[in-house]
Ligand binder design. Sequence first.
Ligand code: NAG
Ligand code: NAG
Ligand code: NAG
Ligand code: NAG
Ligand code: NAG
Ligand code: NAG
Ligand code: NAG
Ligand code: NAG
Ligand code: NAG
Length: 514
Amino acid sequence: MLTPVWLVLIALTTVLSAAEKLRFASYYGSHMVLQKAPAQAVVWGYGEAGAVIALSLSGSNNVFSSSAHVVNGIWRITLSPVEAGGPYNLIIAQINTNSSMMLTDVLFGDIWLCGGQSNMAFTVGQIYNATEELAMASKFPNVRIFQAALEQSRVELDDLAGVEVPWSRPTAKLLGAGPFTHYSAVCWLFGRYLYQTLNYPIGLVESCWGGTPVEAWSASRALDKCGLKSSVSSISHSNPAVQGNSWENFALSTKWNSSVLWNAMIHPLLNMTIKGALWYQGEANSDYNRDKYNCSFPAMIDDWRMAFHQGSEGQTAIDFPFGFVQLGTWEKNNLQDGFREIRWHQTADHGFAPNKRMKNTFMAVAIDLPDEKSPWGSIHPRFKQDVAHRLVLGARAVAYGEKNVSFQGPYPLSVYFDQTSLNITFDQNISATHSDDAFEICCPVNQTCLEDSRWIPVPTKKLSSHSILLSIKQCPTKPAALRYLWRDWPCDFKACPIYSSDRILPTPPFLINK
Ligand SMILES: *[C@@H]1O[C@H](CO)[C@@H](O)[C@H](O)[C@H]1NC(C)=O
Ligand SMILES: *[C@@H]1O[C@H](CO)[C@@H](O)[C@H](O)[C@H]1NC(C)=O
Ligand SMILES: *[C@@H]1O[C@H](CO)[C@@H](O)[C@H](O)[C@H]1NC(C)=O
Ligand SMILES: *[C@@H]1O[C@H](CO)[C@@H](O)[C@H](O)[C@H]1NC(C)=O
Ligand SMILES: *[C@@H]1O[C@H](CO)[C@@H](O)[C@H](O)[C@H]1NC(C)=O
Ligand SMILES: *[C@@H]1O[C@H](CO)[C@@H](O)[C@H](O)[C@H]1NC(C)=O
Ligand SMILES: *[C@@H]1O[C@H](CO)[C@@H](O)[C@H](O)[C@H]1NC(C)=O
Ligand SMILES: *[C@@H]1O[C@H](CO)[C@@H](O)[C@H](O)[C@H]1NC(C)=O
Ligand SMILES: *[C@@H]1O[C@H](CO)[C@@H](O)[C@H](O)[C@H]1NC(C)=O
């Protein structure tokens, strides 16, 4: 599964020695989507040293032309802003050598980058209702897909060393090739649902790899900010909870050097203009640098934003929207697997997104979508439609500024208590059911709430339209903290105790200190 470094080096050498021939960088091709106005798409490629490259874009109601010199074997052109639509032909010609290339069926729309580990790599062919979903693929020719090949590198690459799926119109075959190959269900469904609300082309760029920790996807700059070793070093992951299920291992068992996927699978993409990114990762950090994930994840987001902004010479927004999926469930009754800590750290310990530390982000909660019988291991739930629906709500509200779209489940506004009860008021109306163990309070001895033995489950006493009353009679002292859904697998399918009033959005796990 791991690509030896020498393979990457050969690929890189091939790129350099062939730089004379006129061509586009690896991630431009017929059927692609380029970022629409108001941003400007960046296109680049290779040519003969010193040559002049002429580029022209022609479509039904738009013609654009420009030229650039080849410098160090590379040409680069920033197009004028183009409104959503198409198709266009994109032609480049190297003056003096008569060589030219034409890309056809090029659309303009929004580009979303999809990253992470195996739950992002999980394909449309693996989800519930796969047959119906695959059959629908060809009905969405304006949602285009591209996927980077799995490659690692010790140095930052300027272009992808390999392409798994070149820009294509979607087909059942491309979307359901085989387990964890292509195409990402979360990425595809997000694109499809988004297309259904925006009605203009969407370009999806998948670049993800099962079992990978956040450190592999982060530049050393970002790791340094969190005191993580940024030099090339071996990471070995040994979650004791892994009991030999190969698909579990696929999500968790890892041996990765820092930055190797940033170098090979993200850095090459920086010069492309994008609208935003999606991320489904964290399982592989549940037992690896877990306590730093509240730093490393937000730091990676900041760094990607800065780098994409620079790489596109300002065309990709410096604060581009970043959506992510909060970890789902893995094992019932497991308190040791680190999932509850990672869920919390995914929000930089705020409980919700966006927040003060993570601006312009949105989060899809997945804690209520367990799938015990998943053939791919319970760590890979098949309910990706719900995940994608929740992500799209977040994108509509955060990335597209739709005022009326609610995308966050109810969250506590305030907590009051007296001798016998504790009253939690929420920021929106709730649809709640009684529970004996979803809420826990810490009745501290010696001020510490660190150990699980300090926490006792407390039953709900009364539910109202926007608040919940808990009985805290069992606590011998004043409660020091309150937590909700603080387990790997706290509820059954769509049956957590608190939802938005329309029952679409669950309240995420939370931890509130007095
Ligand atoms: C370019 O093409 C024209 C017409 O086909 C031909 O006459 C000319 O010799 C070519 N020039 C080069 C540099 O190949
Ligand atoms: C699968 O399709 C059926 C019939 O349309 C629907 O009722 C069900 O909710 C779908 N399941 C998922 C997980 O989307
Ligand atoms: C990680 O880096 C070390 C030291 O450079 C190297 O020996 C090893 O092969 C690398 N491992 C992987 C999986 O890249
Ligand atoms: C991150 O979590 C760790 C462990 O829970 C905690 O000690 C640290 O203060 C947190 N850091 C931030 C920046 O929230
Ligand atoms: C891509 O962007 C980076 C960062 O700005 C720059 O160093 C690099 O030269 C660019 N590559 C191309 C091909 O323009
Ligand atoms: C928001 O929703 C309300 C009630 O459904 C509606 O009256 C209003 O026009 C909507 N506003 C926008 C901007 O869509
Ligand atoms: C919340 O619920 C209360 C009580 O049922 C109702 O009066 C109020 O209109 C609801 N508010 C919203 C925003 O739906
Ligand atoms: C609380 O602290 C005291 C003094 O340090 C110690 O004797 C006692 O064992 C502690 N109690 C518990 C339950 O940890
Ligand atoms: C909790 O407190 C609020 C504000 O005082 C009150 O309106 C609400 O009824 C209380 N909730 C319950 C369930 O008693």
